[in-house]
Design a protein around this ligand. Sequence first.
Ligand code: GDP
Length: 441
Amino acid sequence: MFSNLQDNLDAAFKNLSGDGKLTEINVATSVKAIRRALVDADVNYKIAKSFTDKVKEEALGKRNVLKSVRPGDLMVKIVQDELVELMGGQSVGINIKANPGIVLIAGLQGSGKTTFTGKLSRHLKNKRNKKVMVIACDVYRPAAINQLAVVAEQVGVDIYKEMDNKNPVEIALNGIAEAKKGKYDVVIVDTAGRLAVDEEMMTEIAAVKEAIQPTETLFVVDSMTGQDAVNTAKAFNDRINYDGVVLTKLDGDTRGGAALSIKYTVGKPIKFISMGEKMDTLDIFHPDRMAQRILGMGDIISLVEKAQEDFDEKEAKRLEKKIRKNQFDFNDFLKQLAQIRKMGNLKSLIGMIPGMGKIAKDIDIDDNAFNKIEAIILSMTPEERGNPGVINGSRKKRIAKGSGNRVEEINQFLRQFEQMRKMMFQMSKMQAGGGNMRMPN
Ligand code: GDP
């Protein structure tokens, strides 16, 4: 995400690194490079121009006040502040205060509405203890209703659907009546999308909105469509005046133009971002953290939050003991892999570590690498997993065959495991004095 923008901005700041102070000339050069970087990231020229005008004004205004700050650092700080501003300043929550709170989901077909509905349901249920019902209002595609049913089951919330009713307003109202009876805290109404903006769809969604009076209307859009995403966001807002935007598929968006332009163009905040197909992560959009990511500073706060969500104190203590005794085995390793998987896409996790954004971009991190390791461990007998020392030549052959690998690959994996174990053991000895070693979860 944002990898080219990051590189190009970096180059723009480097322009200044040899200079002693900011001058009209070096600011102009730098600002021009920043503008080009933004346009390359698919930010509309007008927005890029207005952005860099502000940066220029700030830079020239501050250069005499903050004389001790190096020009490059000052520029980074100014750009960071302006990026935060461009993306809306503060993060904005959703309103679900009613009985029930009603969230209406709108967007084009394939934008990620159903997936997001699942993520939001899971989040409200697990993190905020809400009783959630989803209502299936896509009357054109029975497959869409079934897909929502699958998602609802996956995250453990109830669904209201009427397979034979073709009137979305009726379905939504019936569903809400049911939710009132069942004392649900929140309903999420998933609506039908089309492949492109059309009048019929707009009329329908506007009618649903008018009838159910949602406490929150969210517009879902695929960030990979760049400027189109911004235009669609504008078209929907002109018609249904939504409260916030959900930007999906940021995991595949390398440019980032939509994230940077939507607030400016539409005047509505991005409230959530989606970075994967799995149900397990819902990311609240924080303009400041996003700006840090864009500038390659990482997003350590989100990373720590993610880790904490899945942190199991008891399990950590148990592991700590085993490591201290040098007894960390393949069962433990398997559990750790599952833990990391739960946190989401590996590349995006590494990108959140300060300084690692650029590195993560260049290395090819294949989440499937885990599959290979898991296959190897799963081909071991319980005895081998609990006691790696017993794995001899004939066992290696069997494991290789069972997991579809060559014996050399098994050897290599066992060597790496042994090294890792030794390193953890030594680290635990070094820290034993301090007493509170934490497993790198
Ligand atoms: P809908 O038609 O708007 O309900 O869209 P869906 O929720 O069915 O999503 C369309 C496709 O995009 C599906 O294949 C999803 O798995 C995928 N998808 C949704 N959100 C994301 C995301 O954040 N990242 C990626 N990579 N894929 C996503």
